[in-house]
Design a protein around this ligand. Structure first.
Ligand SMILES: [Zn+2]
Length: 111
């Protein structure tokens, strides 16, 4: 009933397998799974966005000091509207809004 939820209804449940994937179950009964690679490669933070604009893939990193095996070390709900994931290399500024995840999964048209 909130007036300022910008982007989609929160899911019923979220299941993060820290070495594999994120599974999201929505209020309308739809379920979708995102691999960690997909999430990281499409990280919505400003830094990764600008890398993609310059044609650089945010993941895998060219930096070999960082393990190329992607894993999530943490995940936190951000208000009512999204999920913030912290990655094994310390990156964690991207917030995955519910509406964006639904669009990626093909459940909603991009608005
Ligand atoms: Zn990022």
């Amino acid at each position: 009933m909130g007036l300022d939820i910008p982007d989609g209804e929160p899911p019923l449940s979220i299941d993060l397998d820290r070495s594999q994937s994120l599974r999201v179950e929505w209020a309308d009964g739809k379920v979708c799974t995102f691999t960690l690679e997909t999430l990281r490669a499409n990280c919505p933070c400003a830094e990764c966005r600008s890398e993609r604009e310059r044609g650089i893939a945010p993941w895998p990193k060219k930096n070999l000091l960082v393990s190329q095996e992607l894993s999530a070390v943490g995940a936190e709900l951000v208000g009512n509207w999204g999920l913030q994931i912290t990655w094994h290399d310390g990156h964690g500024t991207g917030i995955y809004a519910w509406g964006v995840l639904r669009t990626w999964a093909g459940l909603d048209d991009p608005s």
